[in-house]
Write a protein of this length. Structure first.
Length: 191
């Protein structure tokens, strides 16, 4: 299957920076590792940016359309607003009107390492265009033409999440969860 991995932020935009972790670096580390695994598994994969640029949402969608992607996985990491530090765990977002992206998001949430889970089922949220609770997630997912799932890996503002996200073990387990989601997408979107 043709898959686009959307690496959040990039270049001068470092994304959320807390507890010694820069979001742009984290999503590159996880994303490029995921691309290697998906390519080995026979998928055709590309990314929306290199390490030097922060493309606009429209430019990211153009990459996906020109690549003729059947599925887009966007990778980001969260920060709690207003100086809060207690929120933790990963969230998988999908477009509520697209049932199949919901199945992919659920698979990712359930497969995530337990340190990043809020419950046994993980945390999954279906987005709508007028979703005012998660405007940033809507801004990431809405511009994409192909079916898209957004994964926020965890909260960099939470010391426990940040410490875990900084380990190689976490990187391997997160990549495995994202790989499981992409494999599920390949089944749903026709190989
Ligand atoms: Zn982000």
């Amino acid at each position: 299957m043709r898959i686009v991995i959307d690496l959040g932020h990039g270049g001068p935009d470092r994304g959320n920076v807390h507890n010694g972790i820069e979001e742009a670096d984290l999503v590159e580390s996880v994303g490029f590792n995921l691309v290697a695994h998906l390519t080995l598994a026979g998928h055709e994969v590309t990314v929306t940016r290199d390490q030097t640029r922060d493309p606009t949402p429209g430019e990211r969608d153009r990459v996906a359309r020109e690549f003729d992607a059947a599925f887009v996985l966007s990778i980001h990491a969260d920060a709690q607003p207003h100086g809060g530090t207690d929120w933790r765990g990963s969230t998988s977002f999908y477009w509520r009107s697209n049932h199949r992206t919901g199945l992919v998001a659920s698979d990712i949430a359930e497969t995530m390492p337990r340190q990043l889970k809020k419950s046994a089922m993980g945390r999954v949220h279906g987005l709508a265009a007028d979703d005012t609770s998660y405007p940033r997630a809507v801004n990431v997912v809405a511009p994409f033409t192909p079916p898209t799932v957004l994964v926020e890996l965890g909260y960099l503002t939470n010391a426990r999440d940040a410490e875990y996200l900084g380990t190689a073990l976490a990187a391997d387990r997160i990549v495995a969860a994202l790989f499981a989601g992409c494999t599920r997408a390949a089944e749903l979107y026709g190989g």
